[in-house]
Design a protein around this ligand. Structure first.
Ligand code: C2E
Ligand code: MG
Ligand code: MG
Length: 615
């Protein structure tokens, strides 16, 4: 019966079990009669892990091994009348027929993959090879098919394939797939440039700080949620269909580029303003309240938009432009959309240069501190100095913090610069107190949001205090009201830790942020420093005057020290003195000065002013 056995190479493709079996057969074919071989075939097939089937040339089942039935969820009785062919996936039937035909004519089957229905209705993927069995006349009468269930392997391969093009957190296409699609679109539009497309680059505002503070699990939650929200903006009106988790269609592709960056390709824009409309919708969706670990939080994003033009020579140019526009949106305060233009390009190049230069400046120790006196308005005595950062540029001279501080903060450099500033300021005040036989001169250092979120911040403060043997009460930190309100819980935690050390904390630029009176008590600070714009407008804007009065009144009620910043003339000073403001700072008393010049102010108290304002 088992004539025309296929060569063993054929079977080795499928299974080692059957390979052994086949070698056995060859031995039997040489020395024993067919009955014995039949028995052996049966023993091997009944025990093989692979699925072995015997069918006639019309596909009728003659035999199915126990593994075959078990893997497809059948008992022996169940399978009896079912047609093997009908169980095969309709899309795979043709190739199975073809392979069977080939095996019949050549006697050698091809390795083949096809899907077959499990009893529960699901599809199993099988890898199989077929061999022929001929009768005495040499006619092929039966096919032996050896199948291996490779469903799990196939799924794993599909998952790996999906993951290499998709972001596992959001399920969205990743950078690689996005770039591929951008390139395809670019190629197509090169041939057919009349329809415009746009690239939107979305970057969440302050995500790094959020992630550092709340932890990566909360960060992941936010990213997944934001991915969904951005996707929903595309789905509603831009006819984006959803295939699995892949938000892509003929006219919009949303991807996660990495970190907190998402990109969207909008095809076939009727009007460039459509891209702006989509961007605005995304801003609204992103800024809605979300819940993380039971807390209600809100975030915002900066969105850059680049529109396709015939001038683009490479697909990536569009991506670069959208990123530049996004950075512009961020520089303008975030929570906005900006469309790329040429002026941005020039500015972006300048900014890149600035970042590189800042790193260099840190290495080359080009940062300096200048000190501005803080004066007791009742006694005219200099009680403290505010340490203000400057960049001593080798070619451009002294650079104002306004020109570089945002970039340094944005790139995380302000943490290192800030740490240096704390150490330097402590050393300086230690020196002044010693030189002027005082122990009460204080130093105020400004803090940035990144420093508040820096896990190593308190260690830096402790180290600066220890190495300079200064009374912790002589060190004050100024936290701008806007910075403090960024993550109020974190701010409150840092303030509490500083208080434990005995260090003073002041809310800077007070009256200009958005802290409400209800949230203020959670910051256990020692004082408020009234924003200089309010002082500047005291005599020109009634509302400003009233806010100043109210702040001083409240501070006195709450037993807080109140400092007025930006005092430029005697009129302002006198009015503030009248209102009961404790301390004053401004050009009227002194500009920010180098350490030596500032120290001189301790030697010669501000007699001129005293005479003027003490009637
Ligand atoms: P700020 O902390 O509010 O510092 C006060 C700013 O007001 C200083 O500007 C000071 O020169 C200026 N000012 C003082 N008196 C007057 C006045 O009478 N009239 C006018 N028009 N301005 C006056 P500066 O030094 O340019 O610093 C600007 C800002 O840069 C600071 O505002 C602070 O937010 C930031 N900054 C400075 N140094 C540091 C630092 O070491 N770390 C951090 N994180 N930020 C810093
Ligand atoms: Mg300040
Ligand atoms: Mg200020």
């Amino acid at each position: 019966m088992f004539t025309g056995m296929p060569p063993w190479g054929w079977i080795s493709l499928a299974t080692s079990t059957i390979l052994v079996c086949w070698q056995e057969f060859r031995i039997f074919r040489i020395g024993r009669e067919s009955k014995k071989r039949e028995e052996l075939f049966q023993i091997v097939t009944e025990n093989a892990a692979d699925m072995i089937a015997l069918v006639d040339v019309k596909g009728k089942r003659l035999y199915n091994s126990p593994a075959y039935k078990r893997i497809l969820g059948y008992s022996a009785a169940d399978l009896g009348e079912t047609s093997a062919f009908e169980q095969i996936h309709p899309d795979d039937r043709f190739k199975v027929l073809e392979a069977a035909q080939q095996a019949r004519t050549t006697g050698v089957g091809q390795k083949l993959e096809y899907r077959i229905r499990h009893r529960d209705g699901s599809w199993r993927v099988l890898e199989s090879v077929a061999g022929t069995i001929r009768d005495e006349k040499g006619e092929v009468t039966k096919l032996v098919i050896v199948n291996r269930d490779i469903t799990e392997r196939k799924h794993a391969e599909e998952r790996a394939e999906h993951n290499s093009f998709h972001d596992t957190l959001t399920g969205l296409p990743n950078r690689r797939l996005f770039l591929e699609r951008l390139q395809n679109l670019f190629n197509r539009k090169q041939r057919n440039p009349e329809r415009q497309y746009a690239l939107l680059f979305v970057d969440l505002d302050g995500f790094k700080v959020f992630n550092d503070t709340m932890g990566p699990a909360a960060g992941d939650q936010v990213l997944a949620e934001m991915g969904r929200r951005i996707g929903s903006c595309l789905r509603d009106e831009d006819q984006v269909s959803r295939t699995g988790k892949d938000l892509s269609t003929h006219n919009a592709v949303l991807s996660r580029m990495g970190g907190d960056e998402f990109t969207i390709l909008l095809e076939d824009l009727k009007d460039p303003s459509d891209a702006m409309r989509v961007g605005q919708r995304m801003l609204a969706a992103i800024s809605a309240i979300f819940l993380v670990e039971g807390r209600e939080l809100r975030t915002s994003a900066s969105i850059g938009i680049a529109l396709s033009t015939p001038a683009h020579e490479r697909a990536e140019e569009l991506l670069q432009e959208a990123e530049v526009a996004m950075r512009r949106a961020k520089a303008l305060g975030g929570s906005r959309c900006e469309v790329f233009d040429e002026a941005m390009h020039t500015r972006a190049i300048g900014k890149l240069k600035l970042e590189a230069e800042l790193r260099h400046a840190l290495e080359k120790k080009q940062f300096r501190l200048h000190y501005q006196a803080i004066v007791n308005l009742k006694t005219a005595r200099v009680e403290a100095f505010e340490a203000l950062l400057r960049w001593q540029h080798p070619e451009q001279g002294l650079i104002s913090p306004y020109k570089f501080i945002a970039a340094a903060e944005d790139r995380g450099l302000l943490v290192s610069i800030g740490r240096w500033a704390i150490e330097q300021a402590c050393r300086q005040v230690c020196e002044w107190n010693a030189a002027h036989d005082r122990s009460d001169v204080c130093i105020a250092v400004n803090l940035s949001a990144r420093q508040l979120a820096d896990g190593d911040f308190m260690n830096g403060v402790g180290a600066a205090l220890r190495s300079n043997t200064i009374d912790p009460a002589c060190l004050h930190f100024e936290i701008a009201e806007k910075v403090a309100g960024g993550d109020p819980r974190q701010t409150a935690r840092v303030i509490a830790n500083l208080k434990k050390l005995g260090v003073g904390v002041i809310l800077d630029d007070f009256g200009m942020g958005n802290s409400s009176l209800i949230t203020l008590p959670q910051f256990q600070v020692d004082g408020w420093k009234i924003d200089r714009s309010l002082i500047g407008e005291m005599f020109t804007d009634r509302a400003a005057a009233e806010v100043v009065e109210l702040i001083i009144f409240l501070a006195r009620k709450l037993n807080m020290t109140v400092t007025a910043e930006g005092i430029e003339n005697a009129k302002q000073r006198d009015r503030l003195c009248e209102l009961g403001c404790d301390l004053g700072q401004g050009f009227l008393f002194s500009q920010p000065l180098e350490a030596e010049a500032a120290g001189e102010l301790l030697r010669q108290p501000l007699r001129t002013q005293v005479a003027a304002w003490r009637h």
